[in-house]
Design a protein around this ligand. Structure first.
Ligand code: PRT
Ligand code: ZN
Length: 283
């Protein structure tokens, strides 16, 4: 049976739980319980702090884990990245006080930088031939320049709001991150098989994100024009209607082009258009 490590609480917890639920895996998280048995998939769920997940997976305490790629990169442990999950998207950036006249990475030469990601930062400085003093601090990195602890910071940025609030300006985007599924290297055959099943479920959920199932009625003689407008799956589904000159067309359309497509379909005579959420697309 697989054991998966997930973040007990924090930014990744909610979307991780939602991904498991969508994959038909129910987890009843008992308060203060470190581990629970999943329902709907033979799996145990281990709740950890995100910082501890790469190590737990590396040691085989958990076979797989869901954690930010930033934590995996920082820990520099040889675990296998199985799949990117498309949430928890952020970057780790260097930032300096707004008023600084920034001249490129050399600006950091001899300067102090506060961060919770010293290894990733060290690699960046090394690649750029910069010698800077890296100060590792656990939290509230963004206030370090204000209180005189550092000249700049290297921290996670998402909207950029936190930097602005603290009078800082993002100057180098060093590392891009999102939640990833990682696994212990060299899982045995049984566990590998279970993991492939899990990945198959995750993949179909990720692939269906932003997709809508669209049904419409269409005069048969405009069908070719309508099909020419529609991208996507191998061919649209066309069903006969009681009224002879009409048919019903079913297609999958991506959210971001939904309205544009619908407007054009109306021009070629589509009527009674229904847009339905698409839960899963199994390829
Ligand atoms: O308790 P535990 O150790 O498990 O959690 P934690 O407090 O260490 O981490 P948590 O829950 O804050 O974040 C978990 C993971 O979410 C991170 O490792 C990233 O992979 C991912 N993630 C995505 C983020 C953000 N977005 C994010 N915006 N992690 C942190 N932030 C913080 C950032 O540190 C900064 O303080 O949000 C602030 C910046 O946000 P903006 O939107 O103002 O730019
Ligand atoms: Zn953490």
């Amino acid at each position: 049976m697989l054991r998966i490590a997930i973040q007990a609480k924090g930014r990744l917890n909610e979307e991780t739980m939602a991904l498991l639920t969508d994959a038909g895996i129910r987890v009843v998280a008992g308060k203060r319980k470190l581990m629970t048995q999943a329902i709907g998939f033979p799996m145990e769920v281990l709740y950890l702090r995100d910082d501890d997940i790469p190590q737990a997976v590396y040691m085989g305490v958990a076979d797989v884990g869901i954690v930010g790629l930033n934590e995996v990169a920082e820990k520099e442990l040889p675990v296998v990245e199985e799949m990117r999950l498309g949430f928890g998207i952020c970057r780790i950036s260097l930032a300096v006080p707004r008023e600084v006249d920034y001249s490129g990475a050399v600006w950091f030469e001899g300067r102090r930088v506060a961060t919770s990601y010293p290894h990733i930062l060290q690699n960046f400085f090394k690649a750029n031939g910069v010698n800077a003093e890296i100060h590792e601090i656990a939290g509230s990195v963004e206030i370090a320049p204000l209180v005189g602890m550092a000249d700049g910071i290297f921290d996670i940025v998402s909207s950029g709001g936190t930097l602005v609030q603290n009078g800082l300006r993002e100057v180098e985007q060093v590392f891009r991150s999102e939640a990833v599924l990682i696994a212990t290297a060299g899982l045995d055959d049984d566990k590998r098989r279970e993991l492939e099943k899990l990945k198959f479920r995750f993949r179909s959920i990720i692939d269906s994100k932003g997709l809508k199932y669209v049904l419409m009625n269409l005069p048969k003689n405009r069908l070719d024009e309508a099909i020419a407008l529609l991208p996507g799956m191998r061919s649209p589904t066309i069903l006969p209607l009681a009224e002879e000159d009409w048919c019903s067309l079913h297609v999958v359309i991506n959210e971001h082009e939904l309205w544009e497509k619908i407007e054009r379909l109306k021009v070629v005579g589509a009527e009674g258009i229904l847009v339905l959420p698409l839960e899963n697309m199994i390829r």
